[in-house]
Design a protein around this ligand. Sequence first.
Ligand code: G3H
Ligand code: 13P
Ligand code: ZN
Length: 333
Amino acid sequence: MVSYKELGLVNTREMFAKAVKGGYAIPAFNFNNMEQLQAIIMAAAETKSPVILQVSKGARNYANSTLLRYMAEGAVAYAKELGWEHPQICLHLDHGDSFELCKDCVDMGFSSVMIDASSLPYEENIALSKKVADYAHQYDVTVEAELGVLAGVEDEVSSEESHYTRPEEVIDFSTRTGCDSLAISVGTSHGAYKFKPEQCTRDPKTGRLVPPPLAFDVLHEIEKKLPGFPIVLHGSSSVPQEYVDMCNQYGGNLPNAVGIPEEQLREAAKSAVCKINIDSDSRLAMTGAIRKYLAENPSHFDPRQYLKPAREEMKKMYIHKIVNVLGSNGKAE
Ligand code: G3H
Ligand code: 13P
Ligand code: ZN
C-alpha cells in the first residue's frame, strides 16, 4: 500500500472547492507516455495551474501501470525543478470499470479514482460507485462517479447513443454513493468525431461543421439540485481544426472531425463544472506535429527530432486551454 501523500500528490477535494467558488475549471489531461506528461507538467508549472493527470485502463495496458505511477511521482519532482514551489498535481484513474481496478489504483498511490458504472442500471451504478467510494475514502482518495451516458467511441469507452443525465436523479445518486464529484452527460462525447455531419450545420464562410450546442438547461438544472457540488465534463476536446488540417495536409485522413466549441467550454467552466477532460486534442496536436515534421524531414529517424516539436505543440495547446478556456492559471501559486 502506497499513499499518494508520500508521493507529493493531492486529491481533488480542495482544488474542486476552490474552482467551484472561483468560477473556473481544473484541467484533466490524459497521459500515456513521457512526452505528454512533460508537456502537461511544463504547461501547469508555467501557468501555476492545478492539474489532474488522468490514466485510463488503456493507458495502463499500453505503458504499464507501475511505470505510470512512478512517472506521476517523478512529475511532482520535475514540477518543483521547473520552479513550481507548491505543485498541485492529482493522479486520477479515468473510467475505472470495476471495484478491483479502482482498488488497485488506490493501493498503488492514485489520489483520485473514477468509477464509471454509467452503463449499468441505476441501482447497480449506485451500489458499485458506493463500494468504490467507501473503500477509497478510508485512504482520503476522492471519487468521481458518472450518471448519464455519453455518446462516442474510444478504445475502452464506447456507447452508440447518449442519454442526458436526469436532474431528478442527481441528489439521490450523489447522496447514496457518497461520491465527491459527478460526471454528467449534457451533449459532450469522447473522441475526435463528436457529432455526425447530419447533426451539425455548416459555417457558410469556412464550410466547417458547426456542432449543436450543449444542453446548458440540463446543466443548470443539475446545478440547482446540487448547489456547489463539483460537476465533471468528459469528452471536452475542441478538436482544433488547425490540428485536423495539419494531420490531413501531411498524409492523414480525418474527415469531418469535430469537437466542442471553446466558447461553450468557457461558459461551462464558470458554472459548477470544475473538471474538464481533454485527451483527443493532445492526440491531434502530437500526431499533426509528427506528421508535419516527418513530411518535411524525410531523412530524419531519431525519435527525439520529431517528438520535440510534438511536445512543444502539446504544451502550447495545454497552456491555451488553461489560460483561455478553463481559467485555472495562477490558482496554484
Ligand atoms: O475517455 C477516454 C479517454 O480519452 C481515454 O481513452 O481509453 O483510449 O486511453 P483510452
Ligand atoms: P476527449 O476525447 O474529448 O478528449 O475526452 C477525453 C475524456 O473524456 C477522458 O476521460
Ligand atoms: Zn471520459
